[in-house]
Write a protein that binds this ligand. Structure first.
Ligand SMILES: C[S@@+](CC[C@H](N)C(=O)[O-])C[C@H]1O[C@@H](n2cnc3c(N)ncnc32)[C@H](O)[C@@H]1O
Length: 272
């Protein structure tokens, strides 16, 4: 099993929202596409008033906190995550939105009846799931026949070059063995979804990274806790060396420029 979906490691990684927050901050600071990811994702949703929506692996709830004013009237929203710490972070950031239900839940074991939701969301999380085929079949089961499943993920070229920079600093850092897209990415997600849906659309977002500061880069590497050995290798003095290494590159080249690849699958017509 690859480390992206080792259950114990995923639990450590998402015990709280700390690691996810560090990576989200990095992307917000350095993405060249200044139209926010959370707003772009929400643009892809087609939600009508009164619909029942459930999100799995909701994380800190950032899609909803960034689109508070766009949630249609009388939406019945259920936010779930298998990490209680994450769910608490979502509750806190969404406390001023009334009527959201929260539940600790694993997408592989969904505690809802057949045909009970108009819309299911699973953003940047299917690659962490051990039995993904079971999870996707569960999503198809709880969706109404005319319902829609939205799932964001990355492509295999996402942040290409980032890992090379890290390993060039210290070859002991095992960041290269960590890959989420080999599990569920923009290149192999479609065929996994087609097993349980008759229609799958893929929409790509254009973006890249223009990195001009060392600290958020270092914080990103440290945030991969569990998935890599950054916490063990990057002692206090090695962190200082890492800053100096990145600052040298930035002052020499003006910036570190790295491609991004991410997008969304929209699956309709669940196979029942
Ligand atoms: C990369 S974060 C994505 C969070 C959020 N969806 C986003 O896009 O910002 C992955 C989330 O999935 C959750 N998760 C991982 N495996 C899960 C599972 N089997 N069932 C439910 N949630 C899971 C984690 O706790 C974490 O909050």
């Amino acid at each position: 099993m690859s480390k992206a979906n080792d259950r114990e490691i995923v639990k450590i990684q998402y015990n709280s929202d700390k690691n996810l927050n560090a990576r989200q901050a990095f992307h917000i600071i350095f993405s060249t596409n200044k139209y926010a990811w959370a707003n772009w994702v929400f643009d892809q949703y087609s939600i009508k008033p009164n619909e029942r929506i459930i999100e799995f692996g909701c994380g800190n709830g950032s899609i909803w906190s960034n689109n508070k004013d766009r949630i249609p009237k009388d939406t019945k929203l259920v936010l779930t995550d298998f990490s209680e710490g994450m769910l608490n972070a979502a509750k806190e950031s969404l406390q001023d939105i009334e009527g959201i239900d929260y539940a600790v839940m694993d997408i592989q074991n969904i505690e809802y009846d057949d045909d009970s939701f108009d819309c299911v969301i699973a953003n940047h999380m299917l690659y962490h799931v051990q039995n993904r085929d079971l999870a996707i079949s569960e999503v198809a089961r709880i969706l109404k026949p005319e319902g829609t499943f939205y799932a964001t993920t990355n492509g295999s070229n996402n942040m290409k070059g980032f890992k090379d920079l890290v390993v060039a600093f210290d070859p002991r850092l095992n960041i290269k063995s960590f890959s989420v897209t080999s599990e569920f990415g923009l290149e192999n997600g479609e065929e996994q979804l087609y097993k349980h849906f008759n229609s799958v659309e893929k929409i790509i977002r254009e973006d890249s990274l223009h990195i001009t500061e060392a600290k958020p880069f270092v914080d990103y590497v440290l945030s991969l806790e569990g998935h890599t050995n950054g916490k063990e290798i990057l002692t206090e003095s090695r962190i200082k060396d890492f800053y100096a290494y990145l600052e040298n590159i930035i002052s020499r080249d003006g910036s570190i420029d790295i491609p991004k690849s991410s997008g969304i699958f929209i699956a309709r017509n669940p196979k029942k």
